[in-house]
Design a protein around this ligand. Structure first.
Ligand code: PMP
Length: 292
């Protein structure tokens, strides 16, 4: 991790990368009591920064954690992290977690800590792989029923099955894995939402049981602006046989075409290409666009 260096914002102060430490008895580490965000800065400006920090607040609220910093304070802290480290394009990771004051399932008195780190993370998937579409496995684990876990929170604990699914996929040579929901409908990738295209119409799973990505919402708006019909509905796995194009969306993944999901294959086409182009314009700060 040589490339990871610089200063990290931690509970209101800047600390050097190697000094941004937590205690081994951190509640967040033992019991998964942490919520986080993944944001990207383009041209020095974080795309949809307020939406991300509002979601962080929402995730914290769902996990019964009182965020010690307002959305505005987080926006300012984030901007400072980018500026201090001299980043232009960067990935930004805010995280809030229960501290180490008390051990045990109950940790009412534990401090809620907040940190914001950033680093240069150009492309989630190798660029050449991205253009021809990534290959995805189908995960063994399913997204939890909202009655089983707080499915709408971007909570650290929910990522345990994502890491397991992604590792299993990578071991078989795939780039990622598609997860079904607990009822067996298509849900999402391990860190991104999924879209399909059939006869010029976009189909995507209804985001009422997993994270409704900010990239997902952006891409739906961009597609509609192009006059493309977007249908949000339950999608059964066998329906994937009839879709011609597929792509995933996420802050890290951006818009990435998919060529294979298990036995189903897709050919990245014009709609995917157009939305990749539209997204690339949408994420760039307006001043940079004017100068370009
Ligand atoms: N689903 C999961 C499980 C994710 O981790 C992410 C990435 N945050 C997404 C969807 C996409 O969300 P966003 O577009 O807001 O990054």
């Amino acid at each position: 991790f040589d490339q990871l260096s610089g200063q990290i914002w931690m509970n209101g102060e800047f600390v050097e990368w190697d000094d941004a430490k937590v205690h081994v008895l951190t509640h967040g580490l033992h019991y998964g009591s942490a919520v986080f965000e993944g944001q990207r800065a383009y041209g020095g400006v974080v795309f949809e920064q307020t939406a991300h920090h509002e979601r962080l607040h929402k995730s914290a609220e769902i996990l019964d954690m009182t965020m010690p910093y307002s959305v505005e304070e987080l926006n300012t802290a984030c901007e400072e992290v980018i500026k201090r480290n001299g980043f232009v394009d960067a990935y930004v990771r805010p995280i809030a977690w229960r501290g180490s004051e008390m051990m045990g399932v109950s940790a009412q008195a534990n401090r809620i800590n907040v940190a914001i780190a950033a680093w240069e993370w150009p492309s989630y998937f190798a660029p050449e792989e991205r253009m021809k579409g990534i290959r995805m496995d189908i995960a063994k684990y399913r997204r939890p029923d909202p009655r089983t876990a707080p499915s709408h929170a971007k909570a650290a604990g929910l990522y345990m099955i994502c890491t397991l699914s992604k590792h299993a996929a990578e071991a078989k040579g795939y780039a990622d894995a598609l997860m079904y929901d607990w009822e067996g409908y298509v849900a999402e990738a391990t860190g991104a939402n999924v879209f399909f295209i059939e006869d010029g119409v976009i189909h995507t799973p209804t985001a009422d049981r997993f994270l409704d990505g900010i990239t997902r919402q952006t891409v739906i708006k961009l597609a509609k602006a192009r006059g493309i019909e977007v249908v949000e509905r339950r999608i059964l796995p066998h329906e994937m046989a009839q879709f011609s194009e597929c792509f995933i969306t996420g802050t890290a993944a951006e818009v990435t075409p998919v060529s294979e999901i298990g036995p189903f294959s897709f050919t990245p086409g014009q709609i995917s290409q157009n939305l990749i182009a539209d997204y690339d314009v949408a994420i760039r700060p307006k001043a940079a666009q004017a100068a370009a």
